[in-house]
Design a protein around this ligand. Structure first.
Ligand SMILES: C[S@@+](CC[C@H](N)C(=O)[O-])C[C@H]1O[C@@H](n2cnc3c(N)ncnc32)[C@H](O)[C@@H]1O
Length: 258
């Protein structure tokens, strides 16, 4: 998969995207990440990427021309405006990023992430140059680079060949609409705090049953709003009832799956 990032701080993206799993995936060729400096797509001597807002007011607004020029120069759109990539504007006003949206974005062969700064981006970018706007949460950051890196990190994990052996995207929070079960590792006991005996038993079926139930318990306690959308078996429903789920919640669950 290819991910292009348009930014006025390419080193910020380049640095973060050269570490850890994303960095390894870039070196192996599973991911092609390119950070582009929007200043390289300006036409004036001062390499201007922002200007004061029409109508007055404080702050600066990112200009439309460098962004349009960059999208064409990197082959994300052609001169007629046809897109060869899925173009995303990072914005606190966009669709909130969740695992479902991450899955959708990971299904594209190429995405472009546009990072705003200052007061934001000329509205014509949103109107004419992007496919969607994505927010990483209901708070405002100083720029789109960290949101772009968050999105890139989450999407990368779903790209074939990015996670190595022993790293899996299947069995974790949100993969089945539930939060993941808790983890423990050596020692068996630390300051009197014991790891659950079932995990030390070596009994795979019992471990799996315990994990599923803990996953249900956690989701019920912390994120009951996820349960109506989760894939649940008849046994899961019975467990939820035992764990104290109320009738209203139980009634809101979909049809049991196998
Ligand atoms: C200071 S913000 C601009 C906020 C804008 N004035 C508003 O009220 O919607 C500058 C840039 O940071 C990025 N940004 C800030 N918060 C974000 C968030 N929660 N999710 C995604 N991008 C964000 C966007 O690219 C935005 O254009």
């Amino acid at each position: 998969m290819r991910i292009d990032v348009l930014t006025v701080f390419p080193e910020m993206v380049e640095h973060a995207a050269s570490q850890s799993i994303v960095g390894r995936a870039r070196r192996s060729g599973a991911l092609d990440v390119r950070a582009w400096d929007l200043r390289d797509f300006t036409a004036d001597r001062h390499r201007t990427t922002d200007d004061s807002p029409y109508g007055g007011g404080v702050g600066m607004v990112m200009k439309v021309e460098p962004i349009d020029a960059a999208l064409r120069a990197i082959g994300a759109t052609d001169d007629g405006g046809t897109r060869d990539a899925h173009v995303v504007l990072m914005s606190p006003q966009g669709q909130k990023l969740d695992q479902e949206l991450v899955r959708v974005l990971a299904s594209y062969g190429r995405i472009v992430l546009i990072c705003g700064r200052y007061e934001g981006v000329d509205e014509r970018v949103r109107e004419h140059l992007v496919d969607r706007e994505v927010s990483i949460g209901d708070y405002v950051l100083t720029g789109g680079e960290l949101p772009a890196l968050v999105l890139m990190d989450a999407v990368s994990r779903l790209v074939p060949g990015v996670l190595g052996k022993g790293e899996s995207a299947d069995d974790e929070s949100f993969s089945e609409g539930l939060l993941e079960y808790p983890h423990y590792t050596r020692p068996e006991e630390y300051r009197g705090w014991r790891a659950p005996d079932v995990l030390l038993s070596g009994h795979h079926a019992e471990v799996a049953t315990w994990r599923r139930r803990e996953s249900l318990r956690r989701t019920l306690e912390r994120r009951p709003d996820l349960l109506p959308g989760a894939r649940l078996t008849a046994k899961d429903r019975a467990d939820l009832k035992e764990l104290g789920a109320n009738e209203k919640l139980l009634d809101s669950l979909g049809e049991p799956s196998e």
